[in-house]
Design a protein around this ligand. Structure first.
Ligand code: ADP
Length: 334
């Protein structure tokens, strides 16, 4: 697994739990989402009702699970967790929903990956607080309607666009999480360092924040690796030098590119004069699978303006050349 992966790796979820903000006030950044969500929750509390269903969309590692937990905590309600891929049959969902109590918060991660049949059951549950439990099979099957107490569904998705319209429309409030600014990540690193009892200087923190690809999960992971380095190879304090040496060891450069990312733009510039070059050719030259280049490396490179996808192939941008310390060939020269 890459150190700059945005998804949680292995048993990381357990370590992350200790670093999660527990209330909206503790959440760093995402100012607008925090304010909007704060209003939704406060109004629901004042009315003594379960808040509207909430959809959280945005790339992995930005705080969707954290916010779901905070919604439950702020409402003083229990949280039930499941995920789209875990709900393969409508019956799986019926079992979960029929066990809910009034005011419970049900978190469905990766809600866009739920089965079609479950999705339809969810529409009804969200709108009418009712599910049809199917008894028996084939022509003799009967649907028994079951009332369920009002609950709040919190759905999380990496791409709201992947959700069918009818499902999206049943959320009363949608929050889109954006990548974090370096200043926010800097605060997150400071906060996590405090919780992990790591001594860190302002420059050390800024160095980690700048390499975290706008993602708190990556910032926290880099902090843990830098802490190891500080303990073993230095006096325990994370200074700028310590952070730089540690992250060099892990091959995460100053802008958060790792070996794979750099490999892609390096081959593109040095071997193909900046492109355009087809994805398959590029992948072979990098020594990776086509899918790895396309799905793992490219999104970050494109988002950060290092690589562009054109109908004729991939091209390196001036920023890519500059980042590698190279000068692009003059126009017209091949
Ligand atoms: P997602 O569900 O979007 O993949 P998580 O909620 O699991 O992301 O967050 C990943 C990690 O990043 C958690 O350890 C969490 O503590 C931390 N984190 C996310 N957002 C914030 C934030 N706004 N402030 C502080 N820490 C955060």
């Amino acid at each position: 697994q890459r150190i700059v992966a945005a998804d949680a790796t292995g048993d990381e979820r357990a370590i992350e739990a200790a670093l999660r903000p527990k209330s909206l006030d503790e959440v760093i950044g995402q100012q607008r989402v925090r304010e909007q969500l704060g209003l939704v929750l406060e109004a629901a509390r004042a009315r003594g009702r379960a808040p509207d269903h909430v959809l959280l969309s945005g790339p992995p590692g930005l705080g969707k699970t954290t916010l779901a937990m905070i919604i439950a905590a702020e409402m003083g309600s229990p949280l039930r967790l499941t995920s789209g891929p875990a709900i393969t049959h409508a019956g799986d969902l019926a079992a979960i929903i029929s066990g809910l109590n009034e005011g419970d918060v049900l978190f469905v991660d990766e809600i866009h990956r739920m089965s079609r049949a479950a999705e339809e059951m969810l529409y009804m549950a969200m709108e009418d607080f009712r599910v049809d439990v199917i008894i028996g099979k084939g022509p003799g099957a009967t649907a028994i309607p079951l009332e369920i107490p009002p609950f709040t569904l919190v759905g999380a998705t990496t791409r709201a666009g992947l959700l069918p319209g009818p499902l999206r429309d049943r959320f009363g409030f949608t929050a889109h999480l954006e990548f974090y600014e370096p200043e926010d990540l800097d605060q997150i690193v400071h906060r996590s360092a405090g919780l992990l009892d790591v001594h860190l200087t302002a420059e050390g923190s800024a160095e980690i924040a700048g390499r975290s690809r706008g993602t708190p999960r990556i910032a926290n992971r880099l902090l843990r690796r830098v802490r190891d380095y500080a303990q073993v190879r230095a006096d325990g304090t994370v200074t700028r030098d310590v952070a730089m040496s540690a992250l060099e060891l892990y091959e995460v450069d100053t802008l958060g590119l790792d070996r794979l990312d750099r490999g892609v733009i390096d081959v593109l510039c040095r071997r193909f004069g900046g492109g355009p070059v087809g994805l398959s050719t590029l992948a072979v030259a990098v020594g990776e699978e086509r899918e790895t280049v396309e799905e793992v490396a490219e999104p970050f490179l494109v988002r950060n303006g290092f690589l562009a996808r054109t109908p004729r192939g991939r091209i390196a941008t001036p920023a890519a050349w500059a980042h590698l310390g190279l000068v692009p060939p003059a126009p017209g020269v091949t």
